[in-house]
Design a protein around this ligand. Structure first.
Ligand code: AMP
Ligand code: MG
Length: 343
C-alpha cells in the first residue's frame, strides 16, 4: 500500500481535507494531527475499520479506543446519561487535551469499546482534524499513532517510521503543540477520577471539579492480579528498545547519581542544565528543569531517538508529579517499566 502524505501547509487545503475525509468514510486508516500526539484514525462506527487499527498497531484487543468529535454538540449522539458536569468541563476545556469516559450508546460498536459500556470521548484542538471529522460525518476512533507499547509520535515523520506502507494516509500538520496524550477523566465514577494524566493538569480540572482525584495506578505499578480502571494501565508503555531506569529526586542530586553509575555505551535523558556532565555519552535534553511545557514537548521524541542508537541502557531524570509534569513523569516511569530509584 502506498501511504499518501497530505501536507496541509503546501497542498490545496480544501481538496486535501476532502480526500482525507474520504479515507475515513471508506473504512481506511488515516493518521491525524492533534495538539497532543498524532492519532491513528478510523470510522468509530465501523467495526471492520476499527479492527484494522488494532492490527496495524499490534494493540491488545482489550484496550479500547477513544473517539474524537469536532464539537460538544456531538456528545449526545454517541453517549447517554451525560452528567451536566461533563458539559461544564467541555465548555471550559474543549477543544483541548481532555478525554471524558461516559456511558456509550449502542451505535458505538464493541470493536471500538472492546465490549465496555463506556466510551472515551475527546474534542481535539486542531482545526484540520476537526474539519476532517466534520466532513467525514462520523466520530473518528483514534489511539496514538505508534506501534503498541512504543513511544507516541509527535511528528508526521515519526508516524511514517512506524506505519509507512501500512495505512492509507497521513495528514502532516507539523509538530504537536502539547506533546503528551490527553488527560483521561472517568465521568462515570463519583467524584470523577483521573485515569491517565495528560495535557490538561489535574490542578486545572480541580478548578471546575475540586474533588477530582487521580487513580493510584497513575503513580505506581499495578500489583499482581489487581484490576485496572482503564485497560491501558496494564501494559508497559511508551518504551524505547533499551531498558530504562528513572532516577527520582532533585535535579543536581539525580544528575550526580547518574554520573556515578553510568557505564560506557549507556544513554542519558537529563535537563538542559546538566548536559555538560555527560559528554561522551548518548545524551538528550528534556528541556530546562523548570519548564514542564518543554518536558512534554520533548519526551516522546527523546525516547524514540534512542532506538536509532546502540545504547544498552538509558538513565533518566524524572520531573516532580505536579502540573503538566505529572504526565511527563508518568510516561517516563512507564517507559522504565517502573524501574525507579529515589535519591
Ligand atoms: P491511546 O489510545 O494509546 O491514546 O490510549 C487510550 C487510553 O484510554 C488507553 O489507556 C485505554 O485503556 C483508555 N480507555 C479507552 N476507553 C476507555 C474506557 N471506556 N474506559 C476506561 N479507559 C479507557
Ligand atoms: Mg498510546
Amino acid at each position: 500500500m502506498n501511504t499518501i502524505v497530505y501536507h496541509i501547509a503546501n497542498d490545496e487545503k480544501e481538496y486535501v481535507l476532502e480526500e482525507a475525509a474520504e479515507i475515513i468514510r471508506s473504512g481506511g486508516l488515516l493518521a491525524i494531527p492533534t495538539e497532543t500526539v498524532y492519532g491513528l484514525g478510523a470510522d468509530a462506527l465501523n467495526g471492520k475499520a476499527v479492527l484494522k487499527i488494532f492490527e496495524a498497531k499490534g494493540r491488545p484487543q482489550d484496550n479500547p479506543l477513544l473517539i474524537h468529535i469536532p464539537e460538544a454538540a456531538w456528545l449526545e449522539k454517541y453517549c447517554e446519561d451525560i452528567p451536566p458536569l461533563a458539559y461544564r468541563l467541555a465548555e471550559e476545556f474543549w477543544p483541548g487535551p481532555l478525554t471524558m469516559i461516559l456511558k456509550s450508546r449502542a451505535c458505538i460498536p464493541s470493536e471500538t469499546t472492546c465490549g465496555l459500556e463506556t466510551v472515551g470521548v475527546r474534542c481535539p484542538d486542531n482545526e484540520v482534524t476537526a474539519e476532517i471529522i466534520r466532513l467525514a460525518g462520523v466520530p473518528v476512533a483514534a489511539p496514538s499513532a505508534n506501534r503498541s507499547g512504543h513511544p507516541s509520535c509527535t511528528s508526521a515523520e515519526q508516524v511514517m517510521e512506524d506505519f509507512a506502507g501500512r495505512i492509507e494516509g497521513i495528514v502532516d500538520d507539523g509538530a504537536c503543540r502539547v506533546g503528551v496524550e490527553s488527560t483521561i477523566l472517568d465521568m462515570t465514577s463519583t467524584p470523577p477520577k483521573l485515569l491517565r494524566p495528560g495535557g490538561l493538569s489535574l490542578e486545572d480540572i480541580r478548578k471546575v471539579v475540586p474533588e477530582a482525584e487521580a487513580d493510584e495506578a497513575v503513580y505506581r505499578q499495578l500489583k499482581e492480579g489487581e484490576k485496572p480502571r482503564a485497560p491501558g494501565m496494564k501494559y508497559r508503555h511508551y518504551a524505547p528498545e533499551a531498558p530504562m531506569t528513572a532516577v527520582l529526586g532533585g535535579g543536581l542530586k539525580t544528575a550526580d547519581y547518574i554520573k556515578k553509575h553510568i557505564k560506557a555505551g549507556e544513554g542519558v535523558i537529563c535537563y538542559e542544565e546538566y548536559l555538560d556532565m555527560f559528554e561522551g555519552y548518548e545524551c538528550r535534553s528534556l528541556g530546562r528543569e523548570g519548564s514542564p511545557e518543554e518536558h512534554a514537548g520533548k519526551v516522546f521524541g527523546v525516547l524514540r531517538s534512542f532506538d536509532k542508537t546502540a545504547v544498552t541502557h538509558i538513565w533518566t531524570q524524572c520531573p516532580r508529579e505536579e502540573g503538566l509534569d505529572l504526565a511527563v513523569s508518568n510516561r517516563l516511569k512507564k517507559a522504565a517499566g517502573f524501574c525507579l530509584i529515589n535519591v
